[in-house]
Design a protein around this ligand. Sequence first.
Ligand code: ADP
Length: 466
Amino acid sequence: LGVTYGPAFWIHATYSYVLLLLGTILLLQAFRRAPRLYRGQVGVMLVGALFPWIANALHIFGLGPVQYLDLTPFAFMLTGIAIAWGLFRFQLLDVVPAARDTVVEGMGDGVIVLDAQQRIVDLNPAAEAILGLTISDAVGQSWTCAVPNWLGDLNGALAQVPSPPSPCGVERQAQISDGEGPIPRTFEVQISALAQQGGRIAGCLILLRDITEHKRVEETLSLARDQALEASRLKTEFLANVSHDLRTPLNAIQGFADMLHDGVYGSLTEAQYRKVGRIAANARQLTSMVDDLLDQAKIEAGKLEIEEVPFSPAGLMEEVETIMAPQARAKGLQFQTEISDDLPASLSGDPQRIRQVLVNLVNNACKFTQEGHIRLRAYRPDADHWALQVSDTGEGIPKEAHHYIFDPFRRVDGSPTRVHSGVGLGLALVSRLVALMGGHIELDSELGSGSTFTVILPLDPVQAGL
Ligand code: ADP
């Protein structure tokens, strides 16, 4: 039995092996690039592709078990089995598209795919609801004819898509009817070009995200913010007006009480003298509260200005001592002052505001200390700063209160401070004033072991030492 191969055989064989060779090369490339998950599958297919090569080699070199019997067709059968086993064993080809379908189908955002001629090619259920079209009606239709009027404005954006092949987003307001009546809905629209290999635009993908609720919440928040700002502005204005109006009669009460006390209108009995003294002291306290309120209002309105003038820190300390020491001594407290030698004799700043800060801190120290001492210190913590420190041996401030006692109208919750006068504005003012002067305030205190407030202010090297 002789076998001779005619030209048709060789043509067919060459064609088959060229295809097989290309297939094997593509599989090898895929194997190299495939993520680990797919490698097993591609590997099985590669092994399958090797069978025909082996069978053919055996046949050509006459190594087959039966002479003239070409095993290649059987090898192709094995290839088919290997490929089928690969697909069933790994089932990966099924999973990815199914997963993608599930995500796209279940998405709340509308997804629409258009081809290069702007015909609808695909859309998900969310897009069906938005457009009011079923997929069977929509697919194949031109975008301009199929979509509701409100989406027609997108045509301009769509026309521009092919020029930049990268995704480009546009946001647009749109209204869509909701059965019973028109409910304005806002959609964020994103249009991305679908580029094929070689950069040709194959169509585009339109993503419609319903941001109605998001916008509504945003608007509500912005309205609430505006209302809060307006309320705060009115409160500040009210605070400023009331404080201003209270100041004039209070000054009169204090002035006349002082004059009565000093005997300007004749001599007083012992009892009258004591009572008038109390009227004057209370009026002074009220005036200082009203002053604090006025300053707070000024700070909130951004109208409080800080001066820059030369002053002597030692002179300032003396002034504070003159104002505050009698109050401390009247309570049986020692009042100590200490000024460090390395502090320049003259500094630049706002002495009136610094005095206000110190008087506030020392006043608190007096209020909350029953025995021991109050110390006022001025020193230079480093080359660029100077510090003013007020420490006392009073009741102390619990750690949890440190962060809020600097807020306006806040006092230590649930403590006996309720028995002390004050509206909780002092420290708020102090910290705002110190901040306006470019400094900051530190607090070191624990309940039962006194308090130390340290005000750190910048020391202007040019102005220092004037
Ligand atoms: P006010 O003195 O009007 O209550 P402040 O803002 O000056 O308001 O002080 C807030 C609170 O911080 C005070 O009510 C008090 O509880 C606490 N506090 C401030 N300074 C001291 C201090 N030296 N010792 C203990 N507690 C203090």
